[in-house]
Write a protein of this length. Structure first.
Ligand code: UT7
Length: 331
């Protein structure tokens, strides 16, 4: 039984935004050598959202952040820290966090971006919580925001069918009774950095006519290897995070995993001996929104009434880097 500790850091607001434009598997059938049947059976995805050409990562982030502020019912000036996780910022610099800060009027917030790919939002929660514990910062916002429609190669059926655009935000505050972050486990393994990456556009391969012609500015992925890594690491991380606070997989009321592939989520459920109803799944609507996927899924789980007071909720993710982790929340 988890004891309530009023000094703990807890969630006070969530919100998400997805662009209006929907791209279905049937739309993709018309452009690519693929089928709705293949995408649905191999991934569970039915449709994804596509940002308007005028929208950048900070625009999606600001819309999600505004909803989280409204949900938390706080003044934007109360936010002391803003961390944004994204694989495709507005610019190399300034940070998307600084641009979003201005849009949301978070004038007292210290702002920076964090790069951990699909694990980015839970890495950000972990970093925000750690900073708050060791500072006088009381309230933090983390946002995952992604515009994959501009970094996937629309000619590559192996990757473009998987991803979608969107943003999700979570606000945490010190001294909360309930919805507390009670444990975590994180890991990274750079030996797998070639498995999922955008090869060009950085200092390794700056943009040239050649890199553009070779389509090196788009996502490249070894899907099978990432799949195996994902199931193994998420399961290990969930168990480690639970064990740190003397809990086991049997205590999980709701698992909110990174929404990458339904087969991965089913494999994780099987390994953890969890019934599928204890796994939050919404990837059929949005595809893989990377750093945005967990905050979006958390907000939907709350609004759909899937979480009640005292529940053990576990967030878990994996992503490029390689990176992975789990956070345990006592609701
Ligand atoms: O957030 C982290 C992001 N990454 C991930 O989550 C990726 C994890 N990996 C996966 O989800 C799966 O590995 C995929 C969904 C990417 C692929 O599924 P798979 O069962 O591992 O398929 P595969 O890559 O082994 O490909 C099987 C076949 C291949 O054809 P051949 O070589 O057997 O003739 C592919 O060319 O399916 C083909 N294929 C497609 N066919 C129709 C690949 N993509 C498509 C497609 N439509 N969109």
């Amino acid at each position: 039984m988890i004891k309530e500790n009023s000094n703990k850091i807890g969630i006070i607001g969530t919100g998400f935004y997805v662009p209006e434009k929907i791209l279905t598997n049937f739309d993709l059938e018309k452009k690519l050598n693929t089928t709705d049947e293949w995408i649905k059976t191999r991934t569970g995805i039915e449709e994804r959202r596509i940002a308007d050409e005028k929208e950048a990562a900070s625009d999606l982030a600001a819309k999600a952040g505004a909803k989280a502020l409204k949900d938390a019912d706080i003044n934007p000036k109360e936010i002391d820290l803003l961390i944004i996780a994204t694989h495709f910022p507005d610019h190399y610099f300034p940070s998307t966090a600084c641009i979003t800060q201005h849009k949301l009027g978070l004038e007292n917030a210290v702002c920076f971006d964090l790069s951990a790919a699909c694990s980015g939002s839970i890495y950000s929660l972990f970093v925000a919580e750690s900073i708050m514990k060791n500072s006088n910062y009381n309230t933090a916002m983390i946002i995952g925001t992604e515009i994959f429609s501009r970094t996937v190669d629309w000619k590559d059926r192996n990757t473009c069918v998987l991803f979608g655009d969107g943003a999700g935000a979570i606000i945490i505050k010190k001294g909360q009774k309930g919805k507390n972050i009670i444990s975590f486990d994180f890991g990274s393994d750079g030996s797998g950095s070639d498995l999922l990456k955008i090869p060009a556009g950085g200092s390794r391969l700056p943009a040239t006519k050649k890199t553009i012609k070779q389509r090196q500015h788009y996502i490249k992925m070894e899907g099978r290897k990432v799949y195996k890594f994902a199931t193994k690491r998420m399961v290990e991380s969930v168990i480690k995070a639970l064990n740190k606070v003397d809990l086991t997989r049997k205590d999980i009321d709701l698992l909110i995993p990174h929404q990458a592939n339904l087969r991965i989520l089913k494999a994780v459920a099987k390994k953890l001996h969890l019934p599928i109803k204890k796994i939050m799944i919404n990837l059929e609507k949005y595809g893989n929104t990377s750093a945005a996927s967990i905050p979006i899924a958390l907000d939907e789980a709350i609004t759909q009434g899937k979480i009640k007071k005292g529940d053990i909720v576990v967030l878990t993710a994996f992503g490029a880097g390689l990176t992975w982790g789990a956070i345990v929340i006592c609701w």
